[in-house]
Design a protein around this ligand. Structure first.
Ligand SMILES: [Fe+2]
Length: 336
Protein backbone atom coordinates (compact mmCIF):
# COMPACT_ATOMS: atom_id res chain seq x y z
CA UNK A 1 0.00 0.00 0.00
CA UNK A 2 2.83 2.35 0.85
CA UNK A 3 4.43 1.96 -2.56
CA UNK A 4 1.13 2.55 -4.41
CA UNK A 5 0.52 5.66 -2.35
CA UNK A 6 3.97 7.04 -2.92
CA UNK A 7 3.89 6.16 -6.59
CA UNK A 8 0.54 7.87 -7.24
CA UNK A 9 1.44 10.90 -5.20
CA UNK A 10 4.84 11.33 -6.83
CA UNK A 11 3.42 10.93 -10.31
CA UNK A 12 0.68 13.50 -9.77
CA UNK A 13 3.03 16.03 -8.25
CA UNK A 14 5.49 15.61 -11.12
CA UNK A 15 2.77 16.31 -13.66
CA UNK A 16 1.53 19.24 -11.58
CA UNK A 17 5.00 20.76 -11.42
CA UNK A 18 5.20 20.56 -15.19
CA UNK A 19 1.91 22.43 -15.40
CA UNK A 20 3.06 25.12 -13.01
CA UNK A 21 6.13 25.70 -15.16
CA UNK A 22 4.04 26.35 -18.25
CA UNK A 23 3.90 29.90 -19.56
CA UNK A 24 0.23 30.65 -19.97
CA UNK A 25 -1.55 33.28 -21.98
CA UNK A 26 -4.94 33.91 -20.44
CA UNK A 27 -7.97 34.13 -22.68
CA UNK A 28 -10.00 37.30 -22.85
CA UNK A 29 -13.38 35.63 -23.05
CA UNK A 30 -14.75 32.16 -22.44
CA UNK A 31 -15.24 31.58 -26.15
CA UNK A 32 -11.68 32.52 -27.15
CA UNK A 33 -9.48 29.43 -27.76
CA UNK A 34 -6.91 29.12 -25.00
CA UNK A 35 -3.32 29.64 -26.13
CA UNK A 36 -0.83 27.59 -24.11
CA UNK A 37 2.79 26.67 -24.82
CA UNK A 38 4.54 23.87 -23.02
CA UNK A 39 8.19 23.26 -22.08
CA UNK A 40 10.14 20.40 -23.70
CA UNK A 41 10.08 18.40 -20.44
CA UNK A 42 6.29 18.39 -20.58
CA UNK A 43 6.26 17.04 -24.14
CA UNK A 44 8.80 14.30 -23.28
CA UNK A 45 6.93 13.24 -20.14
CA UNK A 46 3.65 13.28 -22.01
CA UNK A 47 5.05 11.19 -24.88
CA UNK A 48 6.16 8.46 -22.44
CA UNK A 49 2.81 8.46 -20.67
CA UNK A 50 1.01 8.29 -24.00
CA UNK A 51 3.06 5.24 -25.05
CA UNK A 52 2.32 3.50 -21.73
CA UNK A 53 -1.40 4.22 -22.09
CA UNK A 54 -1.62 2.94 -25.67
CA UNK A 55 0.47 -0.17 -24.94
CA UNK A 56 -1.66 -1.13 -21.95
CA UNK A 57 -4.93 -0.38 -23.80
CA UNK A 58 -3.77 -2.60 -26.66
CA UNK A 59 -2.83 -5.42 -24.26
CA UNK A 60 -6.22 -5.27 -22.52
CA UNK A 61 -7.97 -5.38 -25.89
CA UNK A 62 -6.01 -8.51 -26.85
CA UNK A 63 -6.88 -10.10 -23.48
CA UNK A 64 -10.55 -9.16 -23.89
CA UNK A 65 -10.49 -7.09 -20.69
CA UNK A 66 -12.55 -4.16 -21.98
CA UNK A 67 -16.15 -5.08 -21.24
CA UNK A 68 -18.78 -3.25 -19.18
CA UNK A 69 -19.94 -4.60 -15.83
CA UNK A 70 -22.60 -2.43 -14.13
CA UNK A 71 -21.48 -3.70 -10.72
CA UNK A 72 -18.14 -1.93 -11.21
CA UNK A 73 -19.85 1.46 -10.89
CA UNK A 74 -21.26 3.04 -7.74
CA UNK A 75 -24.44 5.08 -8.23
CA UNK A 76 -24.54 7.54 -5.30
CA UNK A 77 -27.94 9.17 -4.60
CA UNK A 78 -27.85 12.45 -2.68
CA UNK A 79 -30.79 14.60 -1.69
CA UNK A 80 -29.49 18.12 -1.32
CA UNK A 81 -31.27 21.20 0.01
CA UNK A 82 -30.61 24.25 -2.16
CA UNK A 83 -31.29 27.59 -0.41
CA UNK A 84 -33.70 29.69 -2.44
CA UNK A 85 -34.66 26.86 -4.81
CA UNK A 86 -37.98 27.70 -6.44
CA UNK A 87 -40.73 25.04 -6.08
CA UNK A 88 -40.63 24.74 -9.87
CA UNK A 89 -37.23 23.03 -9.47
CA UNK A 90 -38.34 20.79 -6.61
CA UNK A 91 -36.96 17.28 -7.16
CA UNK A 92 -34.64 18.42 -9.99
CA UNK A 93 -32.35 15.52 -10.92
CA UNK A 94 -28.76 16.46 -11.64
CA UNK A 95 -26.39 13.63 -12.53
CA UNK A 96 -22.64 14.27 -12.20
CA UNK A 97 -19.83 12.29 -13.78
CA UNK A 98 -16.18 13.27 -13.92
CA UNK A 99 -12.72 12.21 -15.11
CA UNK A 100 -13.75 9.90 -17.93
CA UNK A 101 -10.10 9.51 -19.01
CA UNK A 102 -11.28 7.49 -21.99
CA UNK A 103 -8.72 5.02 -23.29
CA UNK A 104 -7.24 3.96 -19.99
CA UNK A 105 -9.27 1.60 -17.73
CA UNK A 106 -12.48 3.19 -19.00
CA UNK A 107 -12.86 1.77 -22.50
CA UNK A 108 -15.44 2.92 -25.08
CA UNK A 109 -17.50 -0.20 -24.24
CA UNK A 110 -17.50 0.68 -20.56
CA UNK A 111 -18.42 4.31 -21.33
CA UNK A 112 -21.42 3.17 -23.41
CA UNK A 113 -22.59 1.15 -20.41
CA UNK A 114 -22.13 4.18 -18.14
CA UNK A 115 -24.23 6.30 -20.50
CA UNK A 116 -27.04 3.72 -20.23
CA UNK A 117 -26.77 3.81 -16.42
CA UNK A 118 -27.00 7.62 -16.47
CA UNK A 119 -30.04 7.63 -18.77
CA UNK A 120 -31.76 5.12 -16.46
CA UNK A 121 -31.57 7.77 -13.69
CA UNK A 122 -33.96 10.05 -15.67
CA UNK A 123 -31.70 13.08 -15.34
CA UNK A 124 -32.88 16.63 -15.90
CA UNK A 125 -29.28 17.75 -16.30
CA UNK A 126 -25.98 15.88 -16.76
CA UNK A 127 -22.79 17.62 -15.67
CA UNK A 128 -19.27 16.49 -16.55
CA UNK A 129 -16.50 18.02 -14.45
CA UNK A 130 -13.50 17.66 -16.74
CA UNK A 131 -10.71 15.31 -17.84
CA UNK A 132 -12.53 13.64 -20.73
CA UNK A 133 -9.29 12.01 -21.86
CA UNK A 134 -5.79 11.28 -20.52
CA UNK A 135 -2.70 11.50 -22.75
CA UNK A 136 -4.04 11.01 -26.26
CA UNK A 137 -7.22 12.27 -27.90
CA UNK A 138 -7.35 11.10 -31.48
CA UNK A 139 -7.96 7.35 -31.33
CA UNK A 140 -10.72 8.00 -28.78
CA UNK A 141 -12.36 11.29 -29.87
CA UNK A 142 -14.90 9.63 -32.17
CA UNK A 143 -15.94 7.01 -29.60
CA UNK A 144 -16.18 9.68 -26.91
CA UNK A 145 -18.38 11.97 -29.02
CA UNK A 146 -20.60 9.05 -30.09
CA UNK A 147 -21.11 7.91 -26.47
CA UNK A 148 -21.80 11.38 -25.04
CA UNK A 149 -24.28 12.08 -27.82
CA UNK A 150 -26.41 9.23 -26.43
CA UNK A 151 -26.92 11.03 -23.10
CA UNK A 152 -30.59 12.00 -22.86
CA UNK A 153 -31.19 14.51 -20.04
CA UNK A 154 -34.40 16.56 -20.20
CA UNK A 155 -32.57 19.91 -20.27
CA UNK A 156 -28.91 19.62 -21.28
CA UNK A 157 -25.45 18.16 -20.74
CA UNK A 158 -22.94 20.76 -19.55
CA UNK A 159 -19.24 20.45 -18.80
CA UNK A 160 -16.01 22.14 -17.84
CA UNK A 161 -12.52 21.09 -18.91
CA UNK A 162 -9.83 19.52 -16.76
CA UNK A 163 -6.05 19.77 -16.84
CA UNK A 164 -5.65 16.71 -19.12
CA UNK A 165 -8.08 18.22 -21.63
CA UNK A 166 -5.74 21.20 -21.97
CA UNK A 167 -2.63 19.03 -22.09
CA UNK A 168 -3.93 17.04 -25.08
CA UNK A 169 -5.42 20.13 -26.71
CA UNK A 170 -8.51 21.96 -25.50
CA UNK A 171 -9.60 22.76 -29.06
CA UNK A 172 -9.96 19.07 -29.92
CA UNK A 173 -11.88 18.38 -26.73
CA UNK A 174 -14.18 21.35 -27.35
CA UNK A 175 -14.78 20.12 -30.92
CA UNK A 176 -15.95 16.73 -29.68
CA UNK A 177 -18.13 18.42 -27.03
CA UNK A 178 -19.84 20.39 -29.78
CA UNK A 179 -20.33 17.23 -31.85
CA UNK A 180 -22.01 15.52 -28.91
CA UNK A 181 -24.17 18.52 -27.87
CA UNK A 182 -22.28 19.05 -24.62
CA UNK A 183 -22.40 22.73 -23.59
CA UNK A 184 -18.99 24.13 -22.66
CA UNK A 185 -19.21 26.06 -19.39
CA UNK A 186 -15.54 27.05 -19.18
CA UNK A 187 -15.73 30.45 -17.48
CA UNK A 188 -19.35 30.71 -18.47
CA UNK A 189 -22.90 30.50 -17.09
CA UNK A 190 -25.93 28.49 -18.24
CA UNK A 191 -29.32 29.42 -16.82
CA UNK A 192 -32.11 26.87 -16.50
CA UNK A 193 -35.65 28.18 -16.39
CA UNK A 194 -38.86 26.63 -15.08
CA UNK A 195 -41.91 28.87 -15.39
CA UNK A 196 -40.45 32.19 -14.14
CA UNK A 197 -37.84 30.58 -11.87
CA UNK A 198 -34.12 30.32 -12.60
CA UNK A 199 -31.32 27.99 -11.54
CA UNK A 200 -27.83 28.96 -12.69
CA UNK A 201 -25.10 26.46 -13.58
CA UNK A 202 -21.70 28.14 -13.83
CA UNK A 203 -18.27 26.75 -14.62
CA UNK A 204 -14.63 27.74 -14.31
CA UNK A 205 -12.02 26.35 -16.67
CA UNK A 206 -9.14 24.26 -15.28
CA UNK A 207 -7.39 25.84 -12.31
CA UNK A 208 -4.31 23.60 -12.59
CA UNK A 209 -3.39 25.12 -15.95
CA UNK A 210 -4.32 28.65 -14.86
CA UNK A 211 -7.33 28.99 -17.16
CA UNK A 212 -9.88 29.74 -14.44
CA UNK A 213 -11.58 33.12 -14.68
CA UNK A 214 -13.96 33.40 -11.76
CA UNK A 215 -14.07 37.15 -12.38
CA UNK A 216 -15.70 36.55 -15.78
CA UNK A 217 -18.14 34.06 -14.27
CA UNK A 218 -19.17 36.54 -11.57
CA UNK A 219 -19.78 39.23 -14.22
CA UNK A 220 -21.98 36.87 -16.25
CA UNK A 221 -23.89 35.47 -13.29
CA UNK A 222 -27.30 37.13 -12.75
CA UNK A 223 -27.65 38.65 -9.28
CA UNK A 224 -30.59 36.49 -8.24
CA UNK A 225 -31.37 32.78 -8.26
CA UNK A 226 -29.40 29.87 -6.76
CA UNK A 227 -26.11 29.09 -8.50
CA UNK A 228 -24.10 25.86 -8.76
CA UNK A 229 -20.43 26.01 -9.81
CA UNK A 230 -18.54 23.34 -11.77
CA UNK A 231 -14.79 23.38 -11.13
CA UNK A 232 -12.57 20.43 -12.07
CA UNK A 233 -10.18 20.91 -9.15
CA UNK A 234 -11.96 20.59 -5.77
CA UNK A 235 -9.70 22.77 -3.60
CA UNK A 236 -10.89 25.77 -5.62
CA UNK A 237 -13.84 25.63 -3.21
CA UNK A 238 -11.86 27.77 -0.74
CA UNK A 239 -11.91 30.57 -3.34
CA UNK A 240 -15.41 30.09 -4.74
CA UNK A 241 -17.01 29.85 -1.27
CA UNK A 242 -15.68 33.32 -0.44
CA UNK A 243 -17.91 34.83 -3.13
CA UNK A 244 -20.94 33.60 -1.12
CA UNK A 245 -22.74 33.32 -4.47
CA UNK A 246 -22.66 29.53 -4.92
CA UNK A 247 -24.67 27.04 -2.89
CA UNK A 248 -22.77 24.07 -4.32
CA UNK A 249 -19.48 23.36 -6.11
CA UNK A 250 -19.13 20.11 -8.05
CA UNK A 251 -15.63 18.79 -8.78
CA UNK A 252 -13.59 15.73 -9.69
CA UNK A 253 -9.84 15.54 -10.50
CA UNK A 254 -8.82 13.39 -7.51
CA UNK A 255 -10.41 10.08 -8.61
CA UNK A 256 -11.09 9.80 -4.87
CA UNK A 257 -7.38 9.04 -4.57
CA UNK A 258 -8.13 5.60 -6.17
CA UNK A 259 -7.55 4.23 -2.66
CA UNK A 260 -9.96 4.67 0.25
CA UNK A 261 -9.39 3.47 3.79
CA UNK A 262 -12.71 2.85 5.58
CA UNK A 263 -13.61 5.65 8.02
CA UNK A 264 -10.39 7.52 7.17
CA UNK A 265 -10.94 8.49 3.54
CA UNK A 266 -7.99 8.60 1.18
CA UNK A 267 -4.31 9.13 2.02
CA UNK A 268 -3.66 10.10 -1.63
CA UNK A 269 -3.72 13.87 -1.83
CA UNK A 270 -1.91 16.11 -4.22
CA UNK A 271 -2.11 19.40 -6.09
CA UNK A 272 -5.61 20.89 -5.97
CA UNK A 273 -7.11 17.96 -4.05
CA UNK A 274 -5.31 18.14 -0.75
CA UNK A 275 -8.26 19.50 1.26
CA UNK A 276 -11.34 18.12 -0.48
CA UNK A 277 -10.34 14.85 -2.22
CA UNK A 278 -13.49 12.79 -1.78
CA UNK A 279 -17.20 13.20 -1.09
CA UNK A 280 -19.02 16.04 0.61
CA UNK A 281 -17.81 19.01 2.64
CA UNK A 282 -19.33 22.21 3.94
CA UNK A 283 -17.29 25.38 3.44
CA UNK A 284 -19.03 28.43 4.87
CA UNK A 285 -22.40 28.70 3.14
CA UNK A 286 -21.35 26.37 0.31
CA UNK A 287 -21.39 22.60 -0.10
CA UNK A 288 -18.42 21.08 -1.92
CA UNK A 289 -18.87 17.68 -3.57
CA UNK A 290 -15.92 15.79 -5.04
CA UNK A 291 -16.94 12.93 -7.33
CA UNK A 292 -14.58 9.90 -7.47
CA UNK A 293 -14.59 9.97 -11.26
CA UNK A 294 -15.08 7.18 -13.79
CA UNK A 295 -11.61 6.51 -15.16
CA UNK A 296 -8.15 6.21 -13.70
CA UNK A 297 -4.69 7.70 -14.03
CA UNK A 298 -1.76 5.62 -15.38
CA UNK A 299 -2.26 3.30 -12.38
CA UNK A 300 -5.36 1.45 -13.53
CA UNK A 301 -6.14 0.25 -10.03
CA UNK A 302 -8.81 1.37 -7.60
CA UNK A 303 -8.93 -0.01 -4.07
CA UNK A 304 -12.21 0.41 -2.16
CA UNK A 305 -12.85 3.43 -4.38
CA UNK A 306 -15.16 2.44 -7.24
CA UNK A 307 -15.94 4.77 -10.13
CA UNK A 308 -18.91 6.97 -9.31
CA UNK A 309 -22.08 8.32 -10.87
CA UNK A 310 -23.64 10.88 -8.50
CA UNK A 311 -27.39 11.50 -8.68
CA UNK A 312 -28.43 14.71 -6.94
CA UNK A 313 -32.08 15.25 -6.07
CA UNK A 314 -32.40 19.01 -5.44
CA UNK A 315 -35.01 20.13 -2.92
CA UNK A 316 -35.84 23.42 -1.23
CA UNK A 317 -34.93 23.97 2.40
CA UNK A 318 -38.55 23.74 3.53
CA UNK A 319 -38.91 20.21 2.15
CA UNK A 320 -35.67 19.27 3.79
CA UNK A 321 -37.11 20.29 7.19
CA UNK A 322 -40.40 18.51 6.50
CA UNK A 323 -38.59 15.29 5.73
CA UNK A 324 -36.76 15.70 9.05
CA UNK A 325 -33.46 14.49 7.70
CA UNK A 326 -30.89 13.68 10.31
CA UNK A 327 -28.24 15.40 8.25
CA UNK A 328 -29.12 18.89 7.08
CA UNK A 329 -27.63 18.63 3.62
CA UNK A 330 -27.65 14.99 2.58
CA UNK A 331 -29.29 11.71 3.41
CA UNK A 332 -26.82 9.37 1.85
CA UNK A 333 -23.26 10.65 1.53
CA UNK A 334 -20.68 10.80 4.26
CA UNK A 335 -19.80 14.36 5.24
CA UNK A 336 -16.06 14.67 5.82
FE1 LIG B 1 -7.53 16.37 -13.39
Amino acid sequence: MKSISEGLSGFTEKVARTAVEMPIQRSLTASTPMACSYPLSHHLSFAVQKKIQLARASLCKKLGDTGFNPDSFDIVPITLAIPGLDPAFQGYRLVQISDIHLGQWLTPERLNGVVDLINQQNPDLVVITGDFISYVLEPFAGDLADSLKELSPRDATVATLGNHDHWVGAKGVRDLMRRSDVIDLSNDVFTLTRECAELHIAGVDSIMVNQDRLDLVMKKLPPKGPAILLAHEPDFADISAKTRRFCLQLSGHSHGGQLVIPRLGTPIRSYHFRKYPLGMYRIGDMVQYTNRGLGTNLFWTRINCPPEITVFNLVDEQSNKKWNMKRPITNSAKVY
